[in-house]
Write a protein that binds this ligand. Structure first.
Ligand code: ASN
Ligand code: ZN
Length: 334
């Protein structure tokens, strides 16, 4: 079967004006189901809480296949952000790693926008293989439908389908780091004018642009670890992820001041010269999909990435030595 989508137009909140692939129903109306990307779907959670007794949702529906008006007043505006982000994440995984769909089986997933009331969060659920996105509320918050956040939540599905890293302790930190890494890589893959890429996470969900996380120096948030310590396993997974985020930043960009940030090597580790996103991404993906397992910790992630780099570029290659140096500069050594 050939699944050709209808070409729709979206006016998103964060992504601006974009093209969407949508579906035409038998009655001639359109809905936010994307046949070119496994049937990825965005529905309206109607401000209910997923899994609660009050939970309900509704398909989006439109007569002219033009979605959203770029403002929050139109409920489809943030749905545009999410359907677009899901398609770009799908394209990134296919183009970069030859993986079709999060699970490698060409199947899409469902996302619910307007989840709960004024929720300052977005989540992946392993149970339903679906995602929820809050509208953001209170001080300084915007809807959680930015490209890096959509990529982050999608990447939780990818991690479930591969290493399946347990969501607590150091493996949980690695799970979170993997989502921050792929969310960032999707942002770079799409690039401006839709989203100017960076190594910060979720900055566009704040009206003043303050990120929730910094990959170059995770401790900038006052809670995350930039350098491994034995207490890493006791932290919230969104804070122990700092070690993995800093490793990836070191590997891709390197240490020292750059347009992207300023990573200082941990302890007396020497500075690192980065390999760029492309090689860093191949190493991380291969390690995640072949060598990391559910209880992998940071020492194990170091081994997994060293093996992946040896497979891809050779034992003793510049790439493999950079992996070693990037972990050392995040406080992880043999
Ligand atoms: N936004 C969070 C995340 O995706 C939600 C959570 O804590 N699971 O990591
Ligand atoms: Zn996460």
């Amino acid at each position: 079967t050939v699944h050709t989508g209808e070409q729709g137009t979206g006016h998103g909140l964060h992504v601006g004006d974009v093209e969407l692939s949508t579906t035409r129903r038998q009655d001639g109306s359109y809905t936010l189901v994307d046949p070119e990307h496994g049937g990825n779907t965005v529905s309206d959670a109607l401000n209910t809480y997923h899994g609660s007794a009050l939970w309900r949702s509704a398909e989006f529906s439109d007569a002219d296949n033009v979605w959203g008006d770029g403002t929050r007043a139109d409920r489809a505006t943030v749905a545009v952000d999410v359907l677009y982000g899901m398609a770009r994440t799908w394209d990134y995984l296919r183009d970069t790693f030859g993986r079709t769909g999060l699970f490698g089986d060409r199947a899409g997933v469902t996302a619910y926008v307007h989840h709960d009331v004024d929720e300052n969060n977005a989540s992946w659920s392993s149970t339903c293989k679906c995602m929820t996105f809050g509208d953001g509320g209170g001080d300084n918050r915007a809807p959680y439908t930015t490209l890096d956040v959509v990529g982050h939540e999608m990447a939780h599905g990818l991690t479930d389908a591969t290493a399946d890293l347990i969501y607590r302790g150091e493996s949980g930190g690695l799970n979170e780091a993997s989502s921050d890494i792929f969310g960032t890589l999707v942002e770079f893959h799409v690039d401006s004018p839709v989203d100017t890429p960076d190594y910060t996470v979720s900055e566009k969900t704040r009206l003043d642009g303050t990120p929730s996380r910094w990959m170059d120096e995770p401790s900038k948030d006052g809670k995350s670890l930039s350098c491994w310590t034995p207490t890493a396993k006791d932290l919230d997974v969104h804070h122990s992820s700092g070690i993995g985020n800093k490793f990836f930043y070191n590997l891709a960009v390197g240490s020292g001041a750059s347009r992207w940030g300023d990573s200082r090597p941990c302890g007396d580790a020497p500075p690192v010269t980065g390999l760029g996103n492309d090689r860093a991404a191949q190493i991380w993906y291969r390690a995640l999909s072949l060598y990391m397992v559910s209880n992998t910790n940071y020492a194990g992630a170091r081994e997994a990435t060293l093996r992946a780099a040896a497979d891809l570029y050779g034992a003793g290659s510049t790439e493999q030595r950079t992996v070693d140096a990037a972990w050392l500069a995040a406080g992880v050594s043999s």
